[in-house]
Design a protein around this ligand. Sequence first.
Ligand code: URA
Length: 235
Amino acid sequence: MTAERLDKLIADSGLWTRSEARTLIRAGRAAVDGVTVREPERKFPRESAVSVDGERVNCSKYRYFMLDKPAGCVCANEDRNLPTVLELLPEEYKRLGLFTVGRLDRDTTGLLLLTNDGDFAHRVISPKSEVEKCYAAVIDGETTLEDVERFAAGLTLGDGTRCLPAKLEGLGPGKCLVRVREGKYHQVKRMLAAVGKPVLELRRISIGELKLKEASQPGCLVELDKNDLLAVLTQ
Ligand code: URA
């Protein structure tokens, strides 16, 4: 178990800068395992119960969130013209060094993972992990049994790109679900276009076994726990 300076642990919560953390510790506002600590340089295991003004503070090294991405914003660190998903975060989360796990198109809504854990992000995105992502699409037309079979066999897109076998489930006129285990550029839109069913709206509803709540609205942000992370990686 590695130990960290108390000012670093408190700053890692994202709620205070390192210098604010030093000031509040010296003022006697911080406690570790219930005992007031006034020395910012004193080291404690990250798992210690750190509190400020009596309130428990999350000092975890890595944090994980699920955002219901609204339409109109982009999955990028910066963009000259459009808001980024990171700009939507509350101030305290902006200091956590979060990034998006993969990307959704500007007009796609739904489940987007955010974390500062590069290894976790890599495991989710890596084609080797074969994590299934499910999308609900509003389409122009109605999917057929032949479309379902073409998805299952592995579609070839207009430009010759070969897709892995995917699951297509028709939900009546204008609606379907698509489950894919890879993440090519505009993949779902291109797959549905290849069978003559252009996408009008696209929403990601699950990654692995982690699902958006039924009542989730674009903009909702939920911090994830260990069970949620296991659900993401469950096949
Ligand atoms: N497939 C798409 O076409 N767009 C997305 O945003 C995600 C998957």
